[in-house]
Design a binder for this molecule. Structure first.
Ligand code: FAD
Ligand code: FAD
Ligand code: FAD
Length: 325
């Protein structure tokens, strides 16, 4: 059922089999499998994740390439509720490993917040990442285009950028190397650093050899209309025309609540085995937060794997059901 401030008290004594932090595509996929394995699970979702900002899911088998992420989220929530899974809008702040259970502290309500603690035997970290975007005084100008033709994922949207005039927006020298992969799709690349860092002479030379302009002047704003970005205006007033863009400014890994656990990481990504189990036997990680490709197809498959491994664990510890008249 859908939990809220009004009814969540009913579940505070219940020990869930699994609490899933994050109700994006990975978390919802795990939850649907878990409920169908007749386990009990609670999905906790703060809202506004990557699945939510994905305007079109362009590469998922069986769905039209214009399907927005929000459709998957809504359908997934309905599917979960129809299987009697629990769903709560809230932000997971903290997590304690109590031995046999986890205590998961949640902030519910941005105003007049309450802080219930839910318990489960297993935990699935499905909280993903969120892309860093250019920081402008007027962020609405960025939001008008980010996720539309100002892309954040080359694997997802390289095809959309093919042979177009593309701005590559970076915040580090390492990220400039994205240009030398992006050029598989288009060679018409202008690199924008906004003067955030110094570019080495070697990199300048390499960009020059490829014919990719390097623009270090800060950006005043994106230009365009109806979510179609068609250029940038620089702080010196000059305008550069573009047809599309790729933001490659890194990501924030949404894993603060895991800080008390002893887990193995590769940078910001959690390390897992082939069934998405982390180095803690009762903690699983799925989707963008774990190592691997950041794709919907992978997050959905991860959810299947994690749920199945948890079911296997719990089933093997349970006594067999005997047919008794
Ligand atoms: P998410 O979908 O991000 O879900 C994680 C959830 O956890 C979020 O909803 C977040 O709100 C929640 N959360 C985080 N921290 C907490 C917390 N502490 N408490 C409670 N909740 C929390 N992939 C494709 O395959 N094809 C595409 O065409 C495509 N296009 C994309 C376009 C854009 C603009 C973006 C941003 C991404 C795109 N992706 C695409 C990538 C895809 O969205 C991700 O790979 C996918 O959503 C990962 O699923 P996930 O469940 O791991 O993470
Ligand atoms: P969050 O990271 O969601 O949460 C911050 C804090 O709020 C948390 O610490 C928690 O205390 C609290 N909180 C959050 N949810 C809850 C809850 N349900 N209950 C209780 N407490 C909660 N942003 C926009 O505003 N508009 C856009 O159009 C937009 N487009 C984007 C497009 C793309 C492609 C991308 C990658 C990002 C976009 N963003 C947009 C920005 C993105 O959502 C930011 O991560 C977000 O704005 C961060 O805001 P926040 O820190 O307030 O929220
Ligand atoms: P397939 O979908 O079997 O595709 C392999 C294809 O290769 C076949 O179409 C075959 O004709 C073709 N092929 C084989 N040899 C050759 C050859 N030499 N030359 C040319 N073509 C060849 N999974 C779920 O996730 N959920 C469900 O609810 C579910 N229900 C199912 C119900 C049924 C009745 C069945 C049979 C399966 C179900 N599955 C379900 C499992 C799911 O169908 C498989 O896991 C999935 O189809 C595997 O995909 P695949 O591409 O590996 O194989």
């Amino acid at each position: 059922m859908k939990l809220s401030k009004k009814n969540l008290d009913q579940k505070l004594d219940h020990v869930y089999d699994v609490i899933i932090v994050g109700g994006g595509v990975g978390g919802l996929s795990a939850a649907i499998y878990l409920q169908r394995y007749r386990l009990s699970c609670l999905v906790i979702e703060k809202g506004r994740g990557r699945s939510f900002w994905m305007q079109d899911l362009r590469n998922y088998l069986g769905l039209p390439p214009t399907t927005p992420g929000r459709t998957l989220l809504q359908q997934g929530q309905e599917h979960l509720l129809s299987l009697e899974g629990d769903y709560l809008a809230g932000y997971v702040e903290d997590l304690q490993d109590e031995g046999d259970t986890f205590a998961v502290k949640v902030k519910v309500g941005k105003k007049d917040s309450v802080y219930p603690v839910f318990r489960s035997k297993y935990l699935i970290a499905a909280s993903g990442i969120i892309d860093h975007l250019p920081k402008f005084e007027d962020m609405q100008n960025v939001f008008d285009y980010a996720g539309y033709n100002l892309h954040v994922c080359m694997i997802c949207d390289g095809y959309e950028m093919a042979d177009k005039k593309c701005g590559l927006f970076v915040a580090s020298e390492a990220a400039i190397n994205t240009a030398f992969v992006l050029n598989w799709f288009t060679p018409y690349i202008s690199v924008f650093t906004q003067g955030l860092f110094d570019v080495s002479p070697e990199m300048r030379q390499k960009l020059q050899e490829h014919g990719y302009p390097l623009i270090e002047t800060p950006i005043q704003r994106f230009l365009g209309h109806d979510h179609e970005m068609n250029g940038v205006e620089l702080s010196n007033g000059s305008v550069i025309e573009l047809e599309t863009g790729l933001i490659a400014m890194g990501s924030h890994y949404q894993s603060e609540y895991l800080k008390n656990l002893d887990l193995e990481w590769n940078g910001g990504n959690l390390k897992t085995d082939s069934m998405c189990r982390t180095t803690h036997p009762r903690v699983f990680a799925v989707g963008d937060l774990k190592e691997g490709l950041n794709q919907v197809s992978i997050a959905v498959a991860d959810g299947t794997l994690a749920a199945t491994a948890i079911w296997r664990d719990i089933r093997r510890q349970s006594s067999p059901r005997i047919w008794q008249d």
